[in-house]
Design a protein around this ligand. Structure first.
Ligand SMILES: *[C@@H]1O[C@H](CO)[C@@H](O)[C@H](O)[C@H]1NC(C)=O
Ligand SMILES: *[C@@H]1O[C@H](CO)[C@@H](O)[C@H](O)[C@H]1NC(C)=O
Ligand SMILES: *[C@@H]1O[C@H](CO)[C@@H](O)[C@H](O)[C@H]1NC(C)=O
Ligand SMILES: *[C@@H]1O[C@H](CO)[C@@H](O)[C@H](O)[C@H]1NC(C)=O
Length: 195
């Protein structure tokens, strides 16, 4: 009797496994087919400019190292391991075009950290704080930034004001850089949702 019950239990288990596997596969396939990615409902391209503190440019600098590997000098980015372990905080001007001297429409505020030893790669977490006649509100971004790739997608994780509840992606590209002192990022923001 015990043996019979046992085999019945094993049998039921097997059927459950089969059914759940099949239903998982079809529901997944179903979802992909039924909801293809919509077109973004809003697109905007902005630039921001990062002037990194190097020990001599205190007046002009818009970002500074706040963390570095043990024993490293916080004044400069670490020279080895592709800046691995460096953490910088920034408050960068945002412009509508790629000119550093254009009137800023807001500030990009947040941090980046270098997170790979064998190549240049960083992680970005920041907010566009916009306060101009064109845009009022904030857009918050987060994501991995494999710097050497021409176009990198990071997530738009939220927004306020003109960008209330924003969701989407931002395609960033390095528009210019000057050694370890200056870089400019072009940010093409595609919002799929906002109110
Ligand atoms: C500040 O840095 C930027 C980028 O390196 C440069 O174009 C600009 O001339 C600098 N301004 C001053 C006053 O040093
Ligand atoms: C860090 O490096 C800068 C530039 O090389 C130098 O002027 C400064 O004295 C160093 N600071 C420390 C704490 O070693
Ligand atoms: C935005 O700019 C206006 C006009 O300069 C100013 O009155 C207001 O305080 C600013 N708002 C924020 C959130 O900075
Ligand atoms: C921004 O990205 C979108 C989506 O990838 C693309 O269709 C559009 O042409 C881009 N706009 C600019 C100005 O690069």
């Amino acid at each position: 009797m015990a043996i019979k019950n046992n085999s019945r239990a094993v049998h039921l288990c097997f059927v459950w496994l089969l059914v759940s596997t099949v239903s998982l596969q079809t529901s997944d396939g179903h979802r992909w087919k039924k909801y293809p990615l919509r077109k973004p409902t809003r697109n905007l391209v902005l630039y921001f400019h990062d002037v990194i503190y190097d020990g001599t440019n205190a007046k002009n600098a818009t970002s500074t190292l706040v963390g570095a590997p043990h024993g490293a000098n916080l004044t400069l980015l670490t020279g080895k391991d592709n800046h691995f372990g460096d953490l910088a905080v920034f408050d960068d001007p945002i412009t509508l075009d790629n000119n550093f001297h254009s009137p800023p429409v807001g500030r990009a505020q947040g941090f980046y950290l270098y997170d790979m030893k064998n190549t240049f790669s960083s992680w970005l977490g920041f907010t566009f704080v916009l306060n101009s006649t064109d845009y009022k509100g904030t857009i918050t971004f987060a994501g991995a930034d494999p710097i050497l790739t021409k176009y990198r997608d990071i997530s738009v994780v939220g927004g306020t004001g003109d960008f209330l509840m924003a969701r989407g992606i931002a395609t960033i590209s390095t528009d210019a850089y000057e050694g370890d002192v200056y870089f400019r990022l072009r940010v093409n923001i595609s919002l799929y949702e906002w109110y």
